[in-house]
Design a protein around this ligand. Sequence first.
Ligand SMILES: [Zn+2]
Length: 293
Amino acid sequence: MFTQPSALRLLTVHAHPDDESSKGAASLARYAAEGVEVMVATMTGGERGSVLNPALDRPEIRSDLARVRRGEMAAAREILGVGQRFLGFTDSGLPGPDEPLPEGCFALRPTAVAAEPLIALIREFRPHVVVTYDETGGYPHPDHVMTHRVAVEAFEAAADPHRCPEAGAPWQPAKLYYHLALSRAWFRTIHDAMTARGVESAMGELLADWPDTPPALAATTRIHCAEYFAVRDAALLAHATQIEPGAGFMAHSRDIEREVWPTEDYHLARSLVETALPESDLFAGLRPGEEHG
Ligand SMILES: [Zn+2]
C-alpha cells in the first residue's frame, strides 16, 4: 500500500536558468497555484550563454553574465511561485562541431559524480514526480543531454542506500517524465493556425529548416495550462538577457496558441504507481482516494 502523501511535490530538472521558463513553465505555475510544492533544479549557472536580447548586449552585462542570470532566475522563480536551487555545475557552452568542451564543464563530469547534488536534493525535497529532458536533450546542447543522464541516474540512485549515504535518507520518486516542449508538431500547429487566420507567422523558416530527426516520443500526458501562459511569458521575460521581446518564442499569437494548443505535453518514462494512459495530470495514480498497486 502506497502511503498517501500529505502534500504533492514536483521536481523539474533543467540545464540552465531560463530552461524552466521555456519548457513546462505554465504547468509549474498551475501546479504551484493548486498547492503542489514545486522545485526547479538548475544544473549550471548558464555562465557560457550569450546575451540574446540586443537591448542588453552591453560589455558590462556580458562580463557579469553569471551574476545577472542569477538575478533573472530569482525573478522568474518568484513569478512562477516555485522554489529553485542551483546545483553548482559550470555551463559547457555550445562548442562548434570540432571544438572540444571546456575543461571542468558540466558535460565532461562523470555521470555518477554529477548526479550527487541531485541525489541529495531528491532526498531532501522528496518529490513524487520528477521531470526532465529525453535522451536527446530535446535540444542538441551538451548540458541538456547531460541533464537527462544525471536526472535518470538520480531517480534510481536516490532510493539506493548504498549511494551517497551521507546525503540523507533514501527516497524513491514515483514517476519520471520527459518534456515534449517546442516539438515540431507544436510549431506546425501554431504556424498553420496563424496562417489560416491571415496572421503573419515567423515560424515558417524554422519549420523549413527543421532537422530530419526521429519523431518525438508519444505524448502520454497533456496538462491543460492555457490560463497560465501569461505567467509563463512573464517568467520567460524575466530572463531578460535570454529573450528578445516580440521575437522568437515571444512572437506568436497567444490567443491562437490558447485555442489550438492549450496544453503542455509530457512522456511518462517510468512509473512505480498504476496509472491509465493518456493522463491529464502528472500526479495521476498519486492523488488521495486513488487506488495504488
Ligand atoms: Zn538550456
